[in-house]
Design a protein. Structure first.
Length: 202
């Protein structure tokens, strides 16, 4: 399977996937481009390396679609994430979300990995075909300062699924037509529905 977008966050937000379309680090939604924060910290499963850190105060990474790219009919998102704090009121929080514009995730969003108020991973999508919200919830409850590998996927006319540490969790949810209004993915932000940014590393 071809990896279209791949970000190692080894001191930068360069895209090592087939698209080679780099992300940007912003100090706020639609704000100024700033250097990211890249601690020498990564999951032991991938060996030594860096990650990118978010403090929950506005720093974000925006990953734009290629100009003129069609809306996806299927998606797979795979990432490692570690939450440096999970105390209330940081929950619920978003990890990655698809949105129409930088800052637009407050009003329109889908294709999201997030934590609910109980600390469980969720894959939340918007089904444009019937207006429903296919939602898969993990049995895993995230703990602070532990790396988790999370994979979510979905496709038109198929199922939305989620895997945590290589194990499928939650009940797969049917989806008719994936949301067609997104133009970028954002990391380290909040979203509509009361989801706030929280301190985390990816």
């Amino acid at each position: 399977m071809r990896v279209e977008r791949y970000f190692a966050f080894e001191g930068n937000v360069n895209d090592s996937g087939s698209k080679h379309l780099d992300a940007v680090v912003l100090d706020s939604a639609g704000g100024s481009v700033v250097p990211g924060v890249y601690p020498d910290d990564s999951p032991s499963a991938v060996g030594s390396g860096k990650s990118i850190s978010f403090d929950g105060s506005g720093l974000r990474v925006d990953i734009p679609d290629e100009d003129g790219a069609p809306q996806p009919t299927a998606f797979t998102i795979s990432l490692w994430v570690k939450f440096t704090s999970l105390e209330l009121p940081l929950l619920p929080t978003s990890v990655i979300v698809r949105t129409p514009s930088s800052g637009g995730e407050g009003g329109a969003w889908s294709h999201q990995i997030r934590l609910n108020r109980f600390g469980q991973f969720q894959c939340w999508t918007y089904d444009q075909g019937n207006g429903s919200n296919p939602n898969v919830v993990s049995t895993t409850v995230a703990q602070p300062n532990i790396w988790y590998h999370v994979v979510v996927s979905g496709k038109n006319g198929g199922l939305v699924r989620m895997y945590v540490k290589g194990v499928e969790e939650g009940a797969a949810a049917p989806v008719n037509t994936l949301w067609q209004g997104g133009h970028l993915y954002s990391l380290g932000t909040g979203s509509g529905g009361g989801y706030s940014p929280a301190p985390l590393q990816i």
